[in-house]
Design a protein around this ligand. Structure first.
Ligand code: LCS
Length: 394
């Protein structure tokens, strides 16, 4: 089943079929590292690509559980197929290493998850790949920073943690003109609210650890795109081995079955929390793409069908006040990660983005007063009451 059904129906049904062996209604967890061949000739044919089928769980398509997850997420993103990974970082690493080589240039959004920043700035550069971090919220900056050797544009939108939004369509047009591959990290928005492939992106990456899994109980990553692109990653997939486990693939399938419901609740709760924070006398500023005061509000409305569950804000009184707030929450958990059913709060400058140099953080808006909240799907009145009592401690 591909894109003809509505999104919520696809969440439930895409990639699902009764198990061929026993008719199990839900996809079984194929907890196996290897697959038995009928004969030596079949083994050889699977290895040389003459016959499709499973070989060994490190090698794509891994197991039937992974394949069912890939079918579901590809359907939701409107892509042909995908490849799973052990984490979002493994997915991003595989995309970069499979497409870039010594002398190539990567242009990336200047505000990205700290791990992505570290991979690009200190690992890819070790192999002679040139990296520019650019404020992609103005697409003219992308034009200005394109080089002859630009092979990949990497966008994170909305960006972690400043929530800046980049124009996927405009930037993909720029990339296409120069033959650069456009990759979008869609972790924050999810396909419920943003479909980068429809806006012209070549590849979508996700940390499945977040909204796809949805329950803060797994680590995973996935890449979705054209079949030809996914095939072009096969050596990196097979020879570096950042493989997702079968249980995680199954948890991602289960997570996606409720993605539409969870995302709608995350977004409606986040809107109310953002409005509460904006109106609070102890809050200096709030950044949420659904607020008219967001610097790319019009763009967010154009390319997103909802604004997801992530908010960043600054407290009057700076980091000391922020730490007091984080130490005073009771319902919310003081924890990194995001996209869980429960509300998580953390301090990027000292936690998720502590590896980004202080000067870069200051220049890109990851200020010391910035607190990030991943709004969960609890009753919103309880989330607001918890923030309200914590703010009363300041
Ligand atoms: N992309 C984005 C936008 C992320 O936020 C993260 C992790 C990753 C990729 C990497 O995914 P992972 O390898 O963890 O599955 N973001 C985190 C965060 O904000 N807090 O903890 C992890």
């Amino acid at each position: 089943m591909k894109t003809e059904k509505k999104f919520g129906t696809q969440c439930v049904h895409a990639g699902e079929a009764p198990d061929a062996s026993y008719g199990a209604h839900t996809t079984p967890i194929y907890q196996t590292s290897t697959f038995v061949f009928d004969n030596a000739q079949q083994g050889a044919a699977r290895f040389n690509g003459e016959e499709e089928g499973y070989i060994y769980a490190r090698v794509g398509p891994n197991t039937p559980t992974h394949a069912a997850f890939v079918d579901k997420i590809s359907s939701l993103e409107g892509g042909e197929t995908g490849q799973t990974f052990s984490s979002g970082m493994a997915a991003i690493t595989a995309v970069a290493l499979s497409q870039l080589e010594h002398g190539d240039h990567l242009l990336s959004t200047n505000v990205v998850y700290g791990g992505t920043y570290g991979l690009f700035s200190s690992i890819l550069t070790k192999f002679g790949i040139e990296v520019s971090f650019v404020d992609t919220s103005d697409h003219e900056n992308v034009k200005r920073n394109i080089k002859k050797n630009t092979k990949m544009i990497f966008l994170e939108t909305p960006a972690n943690p400043t929530m800046i939004v980049s124009d996927i369509e405009e930037i993909c047009n720029i990339g296409r003109d120069v033959g650069a591959l456009c990759v979008v990290d869609n972790t924050f928005a999810t396909p419920r609210f943003q479909r980068p492939l429809q806006l012209g992106a070549d590849v979508v990456v996700h940390s499945c650890t977040k909204y796809i899994g949805g329950h803060a109980d797994l680590l995973g990553g996935v890449v979705v795109g054209k079949k030809e692109f996914i095939e072009s990653m096969s050596s990196i997939v097979n020879f570096t081995g950042g493989t997702m486990g079968p249980l995680e693939a199954w948890l991602c399938i289960r997570g996606l079955k409720t993605l539409h419901l969870r995302m709608e609740r995350h977004a409606s709760n986040a809107m109310k929390v953002a409005e509460f924070l904006e109106a609070h006398s102890k809050i200096g500023w709030v950044r949420y793409p659904g607020l008219p005061g967001h610097p790319q509000y019009d763009l967010a409305k154009k390319q997103m069908s909802g604004f997801s569950g992530m908010i960043s804000f600054g407290i009057k009184g700076g980091i000391e006040a922020g730490q007091k707030l984080m130490n005073s929450v009771e319902l919310c958990s003081l924890a990194v990660s995001l996209g869980a059913v429960d509300t998580l709060i953390q301090h990027p400058a000292s936690m998720t983005h502590a590896n980004v140099p202080g000067k870069v953080r200051a220049e890109t808006g990851i200020t010391d007063d910035l607190v990030r909240i991943s709004v969960g799907i609890e009753e919103v009145e309880d989330i607001i009451a918890d923030l309200d009592q914590a703010l009363a401690h300041l």
